[in-house]
Write a protein that binds this ligand. Structure first.
Ligand code: NAP
Length: 275
């Protein structure tokens, strides 16, 4: 069994990107996050992204509004980021307080700065195979398969989860690579039956250890996107210990998809700089 560690994938991508960024100079390429309220996860992610972006030589702008900010105030803050030519990529961090209409907000994001492929405009481009920014986590799953030379063409890829940020885009990317794709969700009847058909299983449901060894075909490749808390530990959607006995390759959690997602974000900011 091969453990598909994300760090090796991230390092390879970062090294290539670093050369290109060095040619431009540090503190020129700029990433911004829009943070509203006090959500602990969003604040932690903003801190982490700030450290990562700065270490990489990017400039980082954090626009932070209070828990009581109105939708119009948040919208105005986003417009400022949209209109600031020195800012290349913008990531609005979720969740936001309930008075903010996040759907409306996201669609007001300049698609050329939409580094995580959240806008309907980019979703349309990606769905139509016409370029555009795709969600970084979905790209990270494909980057892991590519780095470890795992062929996708002709394989049956089973995706568990159909969210706009992971399940749907990763299914489309696999389809684009000529896989046969099944998408499962909370209403799928007999999930285990479907998952067992997968040569490649991509688990993105956000349910700790829901993919058990009996659900996985011998020799399958398993990409675990899930990040969950279980008994005070961070675990994936896959029961790693048991599934690693039957799979031919599997990503660990932590140390798998998450570490590559961040690198895909840095790459998207670079792309946005050139857009
Ligand atoms: P989400 O928006 O809650 O979507 C979860 C999807 O899983 C939904 O489509 C849901 O089906 C499906 N689902 C839920 N329970 C299920 C079940 N029992 N059986 C089958 N399908 C089920 O979550 P998300 O944003 O896509 O995130 C998924 C996971 O990835 C989370 O653990 C999140 O923390 C993690 N994540 C990881 C990274 C990373 O970089 N590694 C980045 C972002 C998120 P319905 O559509 O029918 O409700």
């Amino acid at each position: 069994m091969i453990e598909l560690r994300g760090k090796a994938v991230a390092d390879a991508h970062k090294a290539r990107l670093q050369e290109k960024v060095a040619a431009i100079g540090s503190d020129v390429i700029t990433m911004a996050v829009l943070l509203v309220g006090n959500d602990h996860g969003a604040m932690m992610y903003a801190d982490f992204m700030e450290k990562t972006a700065k270490n990489f030589g990017y400039r980082f702008v954090r626009t932070q509004l209070s828990e009581t900010a109105t939708h119009d105030e948040v919208y105005a803050a986003l417009m400022e980021l949209n209109d600031d030519d020195s800012i290349h990529g913008i990531l609005p961090l979720m969740p936001m307080p309930e008075q903010v209409d996040t759907e409306k907000l996201i669609d007001a994001l300049n698609p050329k700065k939409d580094i995580d492929g959240l806008t309907t405009y980019n979703i349309g481009l990606v769905t139509a195979s016409k370029g555009g920014f795709a969600p970084c986590t979905a790209k990270a799953c494909m980057a892991i398969l590519d780095y470890y030379d795992i062929p996708v063409e002709g394989k049956h890829v089973v995706v568990v989860g159909r969210s706009q940020v992971i399940g749907k885009p990763v299914a489309l990317m696999a389809l684009e690579r000529n896989a046969t794709v099944s998408i499962c969700h909370s209403r799928t009847a007999d999930l285990a039956h479907h998952v067992r058909q997968g040569d490649i299983v991509i688990a993105a449901a956000g349910r700790a250890h829901m993919i058990t060894a009996d659900m996985v075909k011998a020799g399958a490749v398993v990409i675990d996107v899930g990040i969950n808390e279980l008994d005070g530990k961070t675990v994936g959607d896959v029961d790693y210990e048991a599934v690693s006995q039957v799979a031919s390759a599997i990503t660990p959690v932590p140390g798998g998809v998450g570490s590559v997602t961040t690198t895909m974000m840095l790459a998207a900011v670079y792309e946005a700089y050139h857009a």
